[in-house]
Design a protein around this ligand. Structure first.
Ligand SMILES: C[S@@+](CC[C@H](N)C(=O)[O-])C[C@H]1O[C@@H](n2cnc3c(N)ncnc32)[C@H](O)[C@@H]1O
Length: 769
């Protein structure tokens, strides 16, 4: 722990003063804010309707309780809504830890937040980190790429935007796509965990170096052509998938997070930023080459260093024409920010040597040997006066900690200019700079053989790339520019035959000898199970359809499994059409695909399930239910009241006979298996269920189980009953008090009857020992 008086770094102050990041008279308040702990901020997550409801609980129940708290003689401020966040869904809490620990009111609010965070209804996230997705303005039909996504707080926001049309209980089926990527294999698992909180058939997770992200192929059915002739010409060809929105939240030196990561005070030095600059440019340039005309990129860092920010944006804009920085300064009117910088002086060493005003000055000062060693690039320096005018760097947005009590942050919104008249069709390609038009997926020779070394102005300025950008050999290059695909969500023709993405024999061969999982460098050593679509006629799929009474419109053709044979052995995943096309038309190993779609059904292990035959072998998962719900025949959903919900929360395996009518008879008459229950709004004792809830249950011989995760059950209980009435909480409490616990009478028989839940499904309730 570093004391406030020790929060100094002489180089930090000297470097940023030399850069003139702020007017002199703001310096002290900037530094004071940097040394002050960051307020706690969190966001209410999920689909808009559900989020609004939980937000109302915070606003109308918790905040009034916290309004007049006095701790050790001082008034404690209640949480406040962050003014610039849409619909007031983000909150700030400026309370010392000891208040949270000791004040009963804040303690209660804290446990509410902990539970809601664990089940994914609340996300603790730095306020400034919530900004980039807001500037992307994602819509449900957009194809979105999050290039450096882990741990995934912004991915969650992007996913929520794709699912903006979800209802309280049912998920929408967006026609768009979100690919969340990170080059760190372990961190991609954080992404998968994060995404499980908002399960989506439109999500894919990949593990690639973003600077060499592979071109993704899609069939012509996914491309809209302006004329019928072109459609005919285009038939049966494949195209490069271009994105409507790309987030480049790149790796950076992170000095904007000093208030949170106070260890940075000890080791900050400016060469970290210099070193990352080149990778940051390569990632942004790769994004620009994968963007659709009219599409938008947000480039962001949590660094204040112009070398990682404006310098990167300027270098990329100079290297790839056809893009502009968009003025988004009025997008969030109450967000206070400063314009991007137009001039700075990079340091050429750790000692803050900022004597060289141009790259040439620096170069001329070096001996031959020093030149060979130098890692400085021309792009570390600001553009010339003339270039600065054209680049509109002042449209970038800088956020400093003292402006509104946040961390430091940088955002640039780039747009690929849509109008053909502003493209570079007339320009010569021989100038060594690739044309923006050439990357619209249809005229892709430059994409095929990118020579990153030629993208920067001098060979001596280039750091060696780790691997060549993968080629797009089999992507059609013939079509003229104007046949560029449009994002028309209606054009989604399913392919005729579900085919395995990987040949099973080929896959086994590929797996042989691969002993470790590599990090997303693009080269080999990738060992994930393949993705195979199951035939819609498969007996297991048909059994799931029959048991849950799914309507024929349920997209059975979009169910995949994670084995090369396509056998539904454990879990079944649902994808939307675009995810299916991507899986089927691309080598998942080359893409380094970690997940696709959302898990909807899982095998139910246990003697009883086996005895009952195919129909009872799979169950709908709580996480997948919102995606399945819109397809369930209305009459197939079992109706119940809040009193039944209370019984299901209090007991693991209540006997059917414990419930009141009509639920009791309804459930008793059902055979073993997976069912969906709708709990109607209503009252039990002094608890009101204000809106309907739809949850999965498992019906055994004589008992019923609510199939939701223990933590989700506890969070629901806290929200509904004001306390955790679940059996798990009671057990934990008895254990704590070291008292012997005796199960309720009617549980004893039910326990005999209890199924053993597939232990691989972490979401499922577990059997008590
Ligand atoms: C600033 S963090 C991203 C934070 C994330 N967007 C979020 O909101 O949770 C940068 C991420 O970039 C990843 N990364 C570093 N180099 C990368 C590369 N070459 N390609 C892709 N990801 C990279 C790191 O593993 C890290 O997870």
């Amino acid at each position: 722990m570093i004391a406030k008086e020790d929060m100094h770094n002489e180089r930090f102050e000297r470097y940023y003063k030399a850069q003139r990041i702020l007017p002199e008279d703001e310096w002290e308040s900037f530094m004071e804010a940097m040394r002050t702990p960051l307020p706690t901020t969190f966001r209410v997550t999920g689909s808009r309707q559900a989020a609004r409801l939980l937000n109302d609980t915070i606003k109308d129940v918790h905040v009034p309780h916290l309004a007049d708290v006095v701790f050790e003689g001082e008034a404690v401020p209640p949480p406040t809504q962050i003014s610039w966040y849409p619909e007031g869904l983000a909150w700030q809490l400026n309370v010392a830890k000891k208040v949270v620990r000791k004040s009963p009111e804040f303690k209660k609010f804290h446990s509410f937040l902990v539970y809601e965070t664990e089940v994914g209804n609340v996300s603790r996230q730095e306020a400034v980190s919530m900004l980039p997705p807001l500037f992307l303005e994602v819509e449900p039909h957009h194809r979105v790429l999050d290039m450096c996504a882990a741990p995934g707080s912004k991915t969650a926001q992007l996913l929520e935007a794709l699912h903006a049309h979800d209802s309280m209980t049912a998920s929408s089926y967006p026609s768009g796509l979100l690919i969340a990527n990170d080059s760190d294999y372990k961190r991609t698992h954080m992404l998968i965990h994060q995404a499980a909180r908002l399960p989506s058939p439109a999500l894919m997770v990949t593990n690639h170096d973003a600077s060499i992200y592979p071109a993704i192929k899609i069939p012509s059915e996914q491309v809209v052509f302006p004329t019928a002739t072109k459609q005919r010409v285009a038939a049966k060809k494949q195209y490069q998938l271009l994105f409507d929105r790309i987030l480049c939240d790149v790796p950076c030196s992170g000095d904007g997070t000093l208030r949170k990561n106070i260890a940075i005070w000890n080791h900050w030095q400016p060469m970290d930023g210099n070193g990352l600059h080149s990778l940051q440019i390569r990632i942004l340039e790769r994004a620009m080459r994968m963007l659709k005309k009219g599409g938008r990129i947000v480039y962001s860092t949590c660094s204040l260093n112009p070398v990682e920010n404006e310098a990167v944006v300027a270098a990329a804009l100079k290297s790839i024409p056809g893009f502009e920085v968009v003025d988004m300064s009025n997008h969030l009117p109450s967000l206070i920010h400063r314009p991007g910088m137009t001039t700075w002086i990079p340091t050429v060493d750790r000692n803050i040597t900022t004597d060289f005003h141009t790259y040439k000055d620096h170069w001329d000062s070096l001996s031959e040997d020093q030149r060979k060693q130098s890692k400085m690039l021309e792009s570390h320096w600001p553009p010339t006066g003339e270039e600065v005018e054209k680049l509109n760097l002042t449209r970038c947005m800088r956020i400093y900690p003292h402006l509104q009590d946040t961390g430091g942050f940088f955002i640039a919104v780039l747009q690929k200019i849509p109008a053909p008249s502003t493209s570079n069709q007339g320009a010569s390609k021989s100038d060594g700079k690739r044309q923006a038009e050439a990357v619209d997926g249809l005229e892709t020779s430059a994409v095929k053989k990118p020579k990153l070394a030629t993208e920067l102005s001098s060979a001596t300025e280039v750091e060696p790339t780790r691997a060549a950008v993968e080629t797009t050999e089999d992507i059609d290059e013939e079509l003229p520019d104007e046949a560029v695909e449009e994002s028309d969500p209606s054009i989604v023709d399913p392919l005729p035959q579900p085919a395995p993405a990987v040949n099973p024999e080929e896959f086994k061969k590929q797996q042989k000898g691969k002993k470790h999982r590599g990090d997303g460098g693009g080269a080999g050593h990738f060992k994930e199970n393949p993705f195979t679509f199951v035939s819609p006629d498969d007996p297991i799929i048909q059994a799931c359809m029959a048991k849950l009474r799914l309507q024929p419109s349920f997209p059975t053709q979009n169910i995949l499994v994670r084995n090369p044979e396509g056998d539904p052995v454990r879990s079944l995943y649902l994808t939307n059409d675009i995810v299916k096309h991507v899986v089927q038309h691309n080598d998942c190993i080359r893409m380094r695909l970690m997940t696709a779609g959302t898990k909807v059904f899982a095998k139910q292990e246990g003697v009883e399930a086996k005895r009952e035959g195919t129909e009872a072998q799979f169950r709908v998962l709580a996480e997948g239910l919102p995606a399945v719900l819109p397809y369930i025949e209305p009459g197939a959903i079992v109706e119940a009241d809040v009193a039944s919900l209370k019984i299901l929360m209090e007991t693991y395996y209540p006997l059917c006979s414990r419930f009141s009518e009509p639920f009791k008879s309804l459930i008793e008459s059902q055979t073993t298996g997976s069912y969906v229950v709708r709990f109607r709004p209503g009252q039990v004792d002094d608890t009101t269920l204000a809106h309907e809830l739809v949850l999965p249950i498992w019906k055994s011989n004589v008992s019923v189980t609510l199939m939701i995760d223990k933590k989700a059950k506890s969070a629901l209980s806290l929200r509904l009953f004001g306390q955790d009435i679940t059996i798990a909480a009671k057990e934990a409490s008895s254990k704590r008090k070291a008292e012997a616990s005796t199960p309720a009478d009617d549980d004893t028989e039910a326990q005999k009857d209890a199924m053993i839940v597939d232990s691989s499904d972490s979401k499922a309730e577990t059997t008590p020992s």
